[in-house]
Write a protein that binds this ligand. Sequence first.
Ligand SMILES: [Zn+2]
Length: 272
Amino acid sequence: MEIAPGVHRIDGINGSNSVLLVDEQMAVIETGIPGNGDTIVNYIKKLGRSPRDLRWILVTHFHHDHSGSDAELHELTGAHVVAHQNETVAGPGGKLLLRTGTEAQGNQAPFWYRWAMSRSGQYRRVEVEYHDTEVQEVVKHGDVIPVLGGVRVFHTPGHTPGSLSYLLEKPQVLFLGDSAINNLDRVSRPMMWDRPKRRQLDASLRSLRELQAKVACFGHGPPLLESPMEKIRALTDRPYDLPTWRIVLKNWRTLSRWRASTRRPGHWGAPG
Ligand SMILES: [Zn+2]
């Protein structure tokens, strides 16, 4: 589905959304869980284009449900995997690898919450098999990817240390990865169990307040096609710098919906 000129949300992807930016040299933002490589390549072919025209695989953050098909898509097309330095680790032979992990790792719910959920049968462990994903290009805040007239890179840490948001400058389309999500019937912040990380995420979202994006895309949930910045600005108007027990109480209904959403394919035991 074309959500803005040249901006295609690819159908049939498992895990996060995957968006193709169609230009002479193309870019894809996020690839979902492993196994989506062929779906993305077939979409490119359906547009009458060659998979070799895909030049960049833009990582918003390393989580498995967003970057799972990066390595296979690189194999299929030769496109470069592009990420922030903080999402990478040194691999063998001087290679740079994407970190591995799911939403739950490094974002573990407190013991009392897990205990309460396991008592009600709502806590679920998911085993994930990881593979290496080589990163061919590192980008930093302010860099511009030369696709569709320019995609500007914003370093928006909090959800992960190297989380990136991307802004297509014309028309203005903002890609937020998991810095905000839209799969719970409203725009919300991902659940961060660690208070300093909640503060960091909010500082990142505040840094985007002045943008005039006309469309916003999320790692999870449909895009917002009208006045998205009002909703994104409103996020930081609600306090997030509170003790975790108060966050849980205030957001009990959202957390229940979120636990239900993690039962869909590609969602792994913690907010997507
Ligand atoms: Zn994530």
